[in-house]
Design a protein around this ligand. Structure first.
Ligand SMILES: NC(=O)c1ccc[n+]([C@@H]2O[C@H](COP(=O)([O-])OP(=O)(O)OC[C@H]3O[C@@H](n4cnc5c(N)ncnc54)[C@H](O)[C@@H]3O)[C@@H](O)[C@H]2O)c1
Length: 265
């Protein structure tokens, strides 16, 4: 089976919703035990219950290194090891032109979750993976990290930072047989996108009566050559492949799961 994760222990951050929940479910289907980590424990409980016995819900705030270290310690003490880390927790920032909220605070929050959150999680697993001379780290970046297109500002800059960090970390950990890669999703209908659609409605009165999911589809279908959005399972399948021994010679890469959006002019 391609992407076989039998006997592997994985931790997915932000797995209480959307893409992270999809990654956790696919990894469990592929044979892994999965720690479903989220800031909102209730969401993690719900997703883990849906997956079944191979999932363990864990509360974790990626912005707090003590919280991250405690969650990683818990997983290793319960399961004996951690083979796979997926850095998925992330938030959208306000659009560049937005007049809503405090701009400086928006940059701080976006970077503390999307960038420092990734660093905290990698720091918490690095020593363990180096000692075992095995491990896979996968970070969920975004097509926005390459070309801002419809979404600029703090979010795009934070995802560009994740992509650059991925390459540096891949180089650092390669001598220890640890693979570090990123996935750039295109457009996936989740709470994150629902928030974006509602923000568009607030700033554009002509969208007032439209369903948020329709606003999302109208916004993205035209920029995706394959003409359809992606699903959490699409991202989960790529994550499972990168976490498996089938990808043992893939490191420092960014894989686009975006229906071809990145190749569009
Ligand atoms: N949905 C898309 O179209 C899309 C596209 C490209 C990239 N992404 C990226 O995919 C990732 C997941 O996004 P999603 O669309 O599933 O969003 P989502 O809002 O559905 O899920 C994000 C999860 O992260 C959790 N989270 C937030 N802050 C946290 C923290 N401090 N510590 C731990 N968990 C925290 C939330 O509770 C939530 O469960 C993000 O990194 C996002 O930037 C999403």
């Amino acid at each position: 089976m391609l992407g076989d994760l039998t006997g592997k222990n994985a931790l997915v951050t932000g797995a209480g919703s959307g893409i992270g929940a999809g990654i956790a479910a696919v990894m469990a289907q592929q044979g892994a035990s999965v720690a479903v980590a989220d800031l909102h424990k209730g969401r993690a409980d719900e997703v883990a219950a849906g997956i079944g016995r191979s999932a363990m819900p864990v509360r974790m705030d990626v912005t707090d290194s003590a919280s991250v270290e405690a969650a990683v310690r818990l997983v290793i003490s319960e399961w004996g090891s951690l083979d796979v880390l997926v850095n998925n927790a992330g938030v959208a920032s306000a659009p560049e032109h937005s007049t809503e909220g405090d701009r400086e605070e928006d940059w701080d929050v976006t970077f503390s979750i999307n960038v420092k959150g990734v660093v905290h999680c990698c720091d918490a697993v690095k020593t363990h993976m180096k000692e075992r001379r095995r491990g896979k780290i996968i970070s969920i970046a975004s097509m926005g990290g390459h070309a801002p297109r419809l979404m600029g500002g703090a979010y795009a800059a934070s995802k560009a930072a994740v992509l650059r960090y991925t390459k540096g970390l891949a180089h650092e950990l390669a001598p220890f047989n640890v693979n570090v890669n990123a996935i750039c999703p295109g457009a996936v209908w989740t709470r994150f996108q629902e928030g974006g659609a509602r923000a568009m409605q607030r700033s554009d009165p002509s969208l007032a009566g439209r369903a948020p999911e329709q606003i999302f589809l109208d916004r993205y279908e035209s920029v995706i050559p394959l003409g359809r959005p992606q699903t959490p399972e699409d991202i989960g399948k790529m994550a499972a492949f990168l976490a498996s021994e089938d990808a043992r010679n893939v490191t420092g890469q960014c894989v686009h799961v975006d229906g071809g959006a990145i190749i569009r002019d």
